[in-house]
Design a protein around this ligand. Sequence first.
Ligand code: AMP
Ligand code: TRP
Length: 333
Amino acid sequence: MQRVFSGIQPSGVPTLGNYLGAIRNWVPMQDQHESLFCIVDMHAITVFQEPAQLLAQTREMAATLLACGLSPEKCILFVQSHVPAHAELAWIFNCVARMGWLNRMTQFKDKAGKDREAASAGLYVYPNLMAADILAYKATSVPVGDDQKQHLELANDIAQKFNHDYQADFFPRIEPHILGVAARVMSLRDGTKKMSKSDASDQSRINLNDDADTIRNKIKRAKTDTEPLPDNMLGFEGRPEARNLVGILAAITGETQEGVLRAHGGKGFGPFKEVLADALIAHLEPIRTEMLRLLEDAPALDAALRRGAEQADAIAGPIVTEVKRIVGFLPRK
Ligand code: AMP
Ligand code: TRP
């Protein structure tokens, strides 16, 4: 049986992009595989996070994931920093990965921006920690958006070099499970930029805790062009905002993009946006309500996360102990 692992940073309120690109696709996996879903707070602090806010966002993320349908009965939901295996294995991987490999990572280049000297060392070794997240469980199936593909290739390089250097056939190959490019949700302000929970403009995204009025307003104000909607996919050429809004309606209703265009092609954006807002509100309102309900009982949430960490630790602990024997921190049995 495959073991599934994925992670999400508690660096803000999860967005519609996180939902359509990741979270929604995790839900059916918990029925089919042993699955671990991790709120990666250690990754989040690669960029400074205000402590009280980090704690609040970690809980909020847990509540959102549960509200979206993850169930502690079916999967292991936990917080990265609660399980020491992640940090321990990450250090060993810092010593396996090569500077040259890390230098090629596009996410570092994007996130560090122009002033690379000022980026944290943590941001630079971020992919090594991500490799440790997965390999501490010997997970083989990792569902992520396509922006994470390069990191998974690096994780496989690390696993292979470890196996080779220590002459141990220890870590398995990871199969990236790249969730459809159709599920790449773009910013409402700029159809060429990914929708992100860390974007400076709140108008650029739908947050999973936005209420109905907020969603309607954001969709109303979403950037578009002045042409009516095209009636076929070729008409998206040079119109990233139109493509994005149609893609969102298709994803949320389970309709194909062609189907959406058959129904709405030739219409202006005004009426289309009404339909889109209605569909989003109908889909997201129950999630928001459940999330707010769960957040009212913080001790229950914390207890669920503690249980998740214990279950995770029971799997990762023995694997990392074995790694310690392999590298010579502990005697071989
Ligand atoms: P992050 O927000 O960077 O912690 O990403 C968590 C998960 O959500 C990853 O699997 C990402 O690939 C996915 N994701 C983030 N933003 C988007 C987006 N705009 N569209 C689709 N998937 C996304
Ligand atoms: N880097 C991932 C992202 O930003 C989050 C992540 C951390 C992750 N560790 C992981 C995803 C392990 C999959 C597996 O989206």
